[in-house]
Design a protein around this ligand. Structure first.
Ligand code: ASP
Length: 348
């Protein structure tokens, strides 16, 4: 009798442990099975260059060509790395470097201006293999904010650094430092002046809905099956008080987990933070067993529309399935897989 009590005392916790582990495993393996919707791509990368009032009637042929070429070059930079067996982290970092260097996009050079007439940059990166992540907010002198985010992920014990501290850390880790003037472009300066003039003439603080977006992001799947996602931005024109948006917030503007998908968002950041948009795509896939397209479409075109949160996102699952929904007039976007390339800007 004594022995059997002892025995059950021993067996009970063990079996509890066994069943709870089993329960934890179950949804994951089912979620994985659901991903097998396509045959699977050897590698894939999807990018965005921001969502907003991007309309055919407002775009000159020359501007269209410039954006097309930039998106095309960005895709080929990432593809080369992935094709040669490089990591998804390297692919998105190098792709985003190119977009940060291009004055066409609101990240790095060409970032939008704050109310004070400065450029404050935010970026984040996440590794889907281990859910490691790094982010920087409000930096003013690091040429490639996405690399500063990667340095935080790989060379510190932290996930997020902001302002001067983040700049010091980036410098100490050998990243290229530039004069803050480097980021300035006339086009973005004029956008700020327009908003300031409007504020002055109407006496109202401008609505962020009027601001043009243009954040950049990339999500890649490499040959080893690892997903990585990254986002880099100057935020929103006329932002004040060291405002930080969703782009450097893991789970809001960026998320990656090999189990489900990688996500990078663009749009009115406050809504993306409040609705935990990037993580919500992965959560719906994991817990509701939705496909990446179902999850992304629902969040952008139902949930965010109801909330009046404008923007879009790119998402990529472990089989290379791509989703690029947006609820604005347009979104600079594209993806590349072996033998498949898509580049688009307007509602198709
Ligand atoms: N989401 C960015 C922010 O709110 C802006 C954008 O995507 O254009 O800072």
């Amino acid at each position: 009798m004594k022995l059997s009590i002892k025995y059950s005392l021993f067996i009970l916790p063990l079996s509890l442990l066994f069943f709870s582990c089993n329960n934890e495993r179950k949804p994951q393996s089912i979620a994985k099975a659901k991903l097998g919707a396509t045959d699977g791509a050897e590698y894939a990368m999807v990018i965005h260059g921001g969502a907003g009032t991007i309309k055919k009637e407002n775009m000159s042929e020359d501007m269209y060509q410039q954006y097309y070429n930039a998106l095309d070059t960005a895709l080929s930079i990432g593809e080369k790395i992935l094709k040669e067996g490089g990591s998804s982290l390297d692919a998105i970092e190098k792709t985003i470097h190119f977009m940060e260097d291009s004055p066409l996009f609101n990240s790095g050079k060409g970032a939008v201006f704050t109310n004070a007439g400065t450029n404050e940059l935010d970026a984040s990166i996440m590794d889907g293999a281990n859910r490691n992540a790094g982010a920087v907010g409000g930096i003013t002198n690091v040429k490639h904010p996405i690399s500063a985010a990667r340095a935080v992920m790989e060379k510190s014990e932290h996930v997020m650094m902001v302002g001067e501290g983040a700049e010091k850390f980036a410098k100490a880790n050998g990243l290229e430092i530039v004069d803050p003037e480097y980021f300035k472009t006339e086009r973005r300066w004029n956008s700020l002046q327009k908003i300031l003039a409007k504020e002055e003439s109407t006496g109202h603080v401008s609505d962020f809905k009027d601001s043009k977006y243009g954040t950049v992001g990339a999500v890649a799947l490499d040959k080893a099956g690892n997903i990585a996602a990254g986002t880099s931005t100057g935020g929103m024109t006329n932002k004040k008080y060291n405002r930080i948006g969703d782009s450097p917030i893991i789970g809001a503007g960026t998320f990656a987990d090999n189990l489900t998908c990688g996500v990078s968002c663009t749009g009115h950041g406050e809504f993306f933070i409040r609705y935990a948009v990037a993580y919500d795509v992965a959560a719906r896939m994991e817990y509701k067993l939705e496909s990446v397209q179902e999850a992304a479409e629902f969040i952008v075109n139902e949930k965010l529309v109801k909330a009046e949160g404008s923007g879009g996102l790119i998402a990529l699952d472990a089989k290379g399935n791509v989703s690029m929904p947006f609820n604005t007039a347009g979104m600079y976007r594209g993806y590349i897989k072996p033998n498949e390339k898509v580049i688009a800007m307007y509602q198709e």
